[in-house]
Design a binder for this molecule. Structure first.
Ligand SMILES: O=C(O)CCC(=O)C(=O)O
Ligand SMILES: [Fe+2]
Length: 354
């Protein structure tokens, strides 16, 4: 085994626990990807904030406009007053902390080198066989829909209340996701149930990212720049900064608002909206002081759904032409998971050439 693989198997948490003072070679990003070599970090500018409670009142039209504009320009927004129980957010973060504190041999019971989106997975990098540079993180991922005893029995049985708390969290995420689906449909001028139906059986994948402190945070990344492949993403952060969003060629650091979620548009909604809504590149940087967690729920089509630009959206556009080819979501996911993070499958391959 070369040292690349040695370090790979070890993972960021183990390196941190061992007290390494230098980031091993396998974690060092090429110059142009490093946080310090990146485009300016633009201070002050912030993601739009959408207040979900205002959809019920007088401000509805205005908030709908804000939602539309956030999805068109940023592809990202903070969501506040979302009705998601605070107790469920707190309990999830706590049980997740406990999971990552478990001894490595217990977490490794769930270890898989490559993801499929179908099985519970403890991972040390996106694709342990193909990534040329590893992420400074470890993570736990598992599907959450359709929720059944059989599905839940495939989730980690440790810590003690993990399954119970994650079940509650998954139900709350789904309830929020269904509200967002209706609002996003309406914001595109589609009937309320349009995206709900387009996603067919629906898929919901939970990914919990754990970023231990890093001795040389300028050399590595928690997650390299990527777009999310599902419909949209619902992210719960703790209070440690790290998420950065690419806009107009610059990286913007996203602040954390207590009890808010960060929502972002994924590739499938970019396709369905014929490019009106943007699946924006983002990444996570790490720091030398504090452990950071993000609890990420990907929501989107079931594997057997075919995603295509919506005819009604195309009709509203000046060119009135589909910009993307349709694709079976299973094929999209297969491409995505079969590559390393360095060579990630890209939505551009579906763009119709003019
Ligand atoms: O940790 C974060 O804030 C972002 C993680 C992320 O982008 C992802 O898991 O897709
Ligand atoms: Fe992401």
């Amino acid at each position: 085994m070369n040292d690349f693989n040695d370090f790979y198997a070890e993972g960021a948490q183990a390196l941190f626990d061992r007290g390494v003072k230098e980031v091993p070679r396998a974690y060092i990003q090429p110059q142009h990807e490093r946080p310090s070599a990146a485009a300016r970090l633009v201070p002050g500018k912030q993601l739009p904030v959408i207040d979900l409670s205002r959809f019920h009142g007088d401000g509805r039209n205005q908030v709908m406009e804000e939602l539309k504009s956030a999805c068109e320009s940023w592809g990202f927004f903070h969501l506040i007053n979302h009705g998601f129980p605070d107790s469920s957010m707190k309990a999830m973060l706590e049980v997740v902390r406990q999971f990552f504190e478990l001894p490595a041999e217990i977490k490794m019971r769930f270890f898989q080198k490559i993801g499929t989106g179908r099985k519970a997975r403890y991972g040390l990098s996106f694709n342990t066989e193909l990534d040329r540079v590893s992420d400074w993180k470890d993570f736990l991922a598992h599907p959450c829909h359709p929720l059944s005893d059989e599905l839940i029995s495939t989730w980690p049985d440790v810590p003690l209340h993990y399954r119970e708390i994650a079940t509650e969290y998954a139900k709350n995420v789904r309830a929020l996701a269904l509200r967002l689906l209706a609002l996003l449909s309406e914001s595109l001028g589609l009937r309320e149930s349009f995206i709900y139906e387009a996603f067919k059986g629906h898929h919901q994948l939970l990914v919990i990212n754990h970023y231990p402190p890093c001795p040389q945070p300028d050399l590595t990344l928690g997650v390299r720049g990527h777009t999310d492949v599902y419909g949209f993403t619902i992210v719960q952060h703790d209070d440690v900064p790290g998420l950065e969003v690419m806009k107009d060629g610059s990286w913007y650091a996203v602040s954390s608002i207590p009890n808010a979620f960060v929502i972002n548009i994924g590739d499938q909604l970019e396709i369905l909206s014929n490019g009106r809504y943007k699946s924006i590149k983002h990444r996570a940087v790490v720091n030398s002081e504090r452990t950071r967690f993000s609890i990420v729920s990907f929501y989107g089509p079931s594997h057997d759904a075919t995603i295509a630009p919506a005819a009604e959206v195309i009709r509203q556009q000046p060119d009135q032409k589909a910009e993307y080819r349709e694709i079976l979501f299973e094929d999209y996911l297969r491409e995505f998971f079969s590559r390393g993070l360095d060579n990630k499958f890209n939505i551009n391959s579906l763009k119709i050439k003019k």
